[in-house]
Ligand binder design. Structure first.
Ligand SMILES: CC(C)(COP(=O)(O)OP(=O)(O)OC[C@H]1O[C@@H](n2cnc3c(N)ncnc32)[C@H](O)[C@@H]1OP(=O)(O)O)[C@@H](O)C(=O)NCCC(=O)NCCS
Length: 152
């Protein structure tokens, strides 16, 4: 699901050859399926029966100087289930969990050009903070845009 969501969301933003070659088996190895530790990223799943409909990964913000800031590290919904409220349910749960972990503010990074996601985040109360950062995806240069919101 994670790979298929990437392949759909980033078609036209990242190179086709790279997207088409993504291997679900390799991506699955990123997940430890172990007991969560407070300092590790945590992935929340939306499920219907035994099927995974979407995921949200949260953790402390990457920057060491942002100790009070949590991060929405990833949010991906099954391409066949978009527009059905899965993303909204996941982002609400992600925010609630970050708030319970003591974060008063959260940030996320969205790939420049992912206008669908930017609109979705704005609807959920996030705003761009003006920061952009260059990033590399499989050796390709891209740019990420930072969004923020408070966690009441
Ligand atoms: C962005 C994403 C997480 C949203 O999840 P979703 O389940 O499709 O969205 P929801 O059904 O919960 O919709 C929530 C709101 O967003 C709006 N929305 C959903 N799809 C939209 C679209 N294609 N264009 C514009 N707005 C859209 C809905 O209108 C809804 O608002 P409303 O209830 O006021 O009508 C999902 O589409 C996705 O996985 N996209 C690809 C991966 C991605 O880009 N992730 C973000 C990486 S930073």
């Amino acid at each position: 699901m994670h790979v298929r969501s990437w392949q759909t969301a980033y078609r036209g933003l990242l190179f086709d050859d790279y997207l088409d070659a993504l291997q679900p088996e390799e991506w699955a190895q990123r997940y430890t399926f172990a007991d969560p530790q407070a300092t590790n990223p945590l992935t929340v799943l939306a499920v219907e029966g035994s099927e995974i409909c979407g995921l949200a990964t949260i953790g402390p913000a990457g920057d060491g100087d942002q100790q009070a800031v949590g991060e929405l590290i990833a949010l991906y919904v099954d391409p066949d289930r978009r527009g059905l409220g899965v993303g909204r349910a996941l982002i609400q749960e992600a925010r609630a969990r970050l708030a319970r972990q003591g974060f008063a503010e959260a940030c996320l990074w969205v790939l420049a050009g992912n206008e669908w996601a930017e609109r979705f985040y704005r609807l959920d109360g996030w705003s761009p903070d003006g920061c952009r950062r260059p990033a590399k995806v499989a050796g390709y240069s891209v740019e990420d845009i930072c969004y923020r919101r408070s966690l009441p």
